[in-house]
Design a protein around this ligand. Structure first.
Ligand SMILES: NC(=O)c1ccc[n+]([C@@H]2O[C@H](COP(=O)([O-])OP(=O)(O)OC[C@H]3O[C@@H](n4cnc5c(N)ncnc54)[C@H](O)[C@@H]3O)[C@@H](O)[C@H]2O)c1
Length: 367
């Protein structure tokens, strides 16, 4: 029996999720929900039924099994609560909530006994990117030995048009800035690869844009400490022409051209006791096969192949199906989604106060 799925929100990303639902043999797209009149046309193109609200959908068709929430950030919590209250499993786009407080409220709501059988996942879909899947597999296999450190980059240049109305929220401090918009993705991936971050320090990059109208940060150099003992440094900056970022390196985002000429420039370097790895060229450096493990020996370079086949959105949906059917635990739970937000808020605090910020690794009492 295929799962009956609705997509809530028919803007930029909703139809992409809807296509995944249509192409997955285990799911059936039963409705597209969006109050905007233009959504009816989108629904027609997807050959599904359009409803302006969840309530009107529930009155008209049998209750769906699952929903993918693709609405603006400030609506994630009320929309997700409405779906859970109706007995529907939810995959909500990132960020899980607009604020830490509303995120905690949502998690508490999802844990109520009457909702305990329902699944809540957060759409940090990069966890399903083939380069990330391969990196996780390499780390988990022990091929690098004990992980010691991570050095990461998200550096790229955003033009003025990106910050012009209606996108002017991107330059406001409350809603914009490179930390909540871009760094949040890398923080989630770093959590996925190395576990929770427990300490963070940050130094601002020198501003390149006029202030005003720009208010939000353009970049930061971060020092990270993970609860596992791994340490990290991360440079994030959206005001420099550079290929060293996830999108250019993996070619995942159709709007950001991949590195010209093939293998992407590195955005992560991972250092272990036995070997190091750069991502996404996936080169492992070691002294394997040499007379001894020593800096006097020539390093051995080995390349891991990455199969860039299935789309991360499709893999994420397949995972959602497995979680609903009890075959898997959520890769990115509500707690994971909120943890990434909390670390981003700590990065902001460190940036603005100059202080090192400590975080409780056991934020939800579940570790
Ligand atoms: N995973 C990713 O890489 C990725 C990429 C882009 C966007 N996103 C996330 O997806 C979400 C949507 O982003 P977008 O760019 O598609 O936004 P968008 O503004 O293009 O579309 C949002 C749509 O939601 C509709 N909407 C608003 N309130 C609603 C409600 N209560 N019920 C139903 N529909 C409602 C709007 O009418 C609009 O059509 C955001 O949270 C964003 O952060 C994630």
């Amino acid at each position: 029996m295929s799962l009956r799925v609705i997509v809530v929100g028919a803007g930029l990303i909703g139809p992409r999720h809807a296509q995944s639902v249509i192409s997955n043999p285990s799911t059936e797209l039963v409705a597209l929900i969006d109050p905007a009149p233009s959504a009816a046309t989108v629904a027609a193109q997807l050959q599904t039924t359009h409803f302006p609200s969840i309530a009107s959908m529930l009155e008209a068709i049998p209750k769906p099994d699952a929903a993918i929430v693709c609405t603006p950030n400030h609506t994630h919590v009320p929309v997700t609560q409405e779906l859970l209250a109706s007995g529907i499993h939810v995959l909500v786009e990132k960020p899980v909530s607009e604020s830490i407080e509303s995120g905690h409220a949502l998690l508490a709501f999802a844990k109520r006994p009457e909702h305990a059988h329902l699944k809540l996942l957060v759409g940090h879909h990069r966890r399903f990117n083939p380069y990330v899947l391969k990196t996780k597999q390499i780390l988990d296999s022990g091929a690098l030995g004990t992980p010691i450190a991570i050095n990461g980059l998200w550096t790229l240049f955003k033009p003025d048009s990106y910050f012009a109305a209606p996108g002017d929220w991107r330059r406001a401090r409350a809603s914009g800035g490179v930390i909540p918009i871009n760094l949040v993705h890398d923080i989630d991936l770093l959590h996925h690869l190395f576990g929770p971050i427990e300490r963070i320090h940050a130094e601002k990059t020198r501003p390149q844009r006029p202030r005003p109208p720009h208010e939000a940060e353009e970049g930061a150099a971060l020092t990270l400490r993970f609860a596992s003992g791994v340490v990290g440094s991360f440079l994030v900056c959206d005001a420099t022409p550079s290929p060293h970022n996830f999108e250019t390196g993996t070619g995942e985002n159709p709007l950001i051209p991949p590195t010209p000429g093939g293998a992407g420039a590195d955005f992560y370097r991972i250092f272990g006791s036995q070997a190091s790895l750069s991502v996404p060229d996936m080169t492992r450096w070691s002294y394997d096969g040499r007379a001894e493990k020593s800096w006097n020996q020539p390093l051995v370079a080995e390349k891991f192949e990455v199969e860039v086949g299935a789309k991360p959105f499709d893999l994420q949906l397949a995972h959602f199906v497995d979680v609903i059917r009890g075959k898997a635990e959520p890769s990115c739970s509500g707690e994971d989604g909120l943890r990434a937000l909390i670390v981003c808020q700590a990065a902001r605090k460190a940036l603005e106060t100059g202080e090192t910020v400590d975080l409780d690794a056991d934020l939800f009492g579940t570790d």
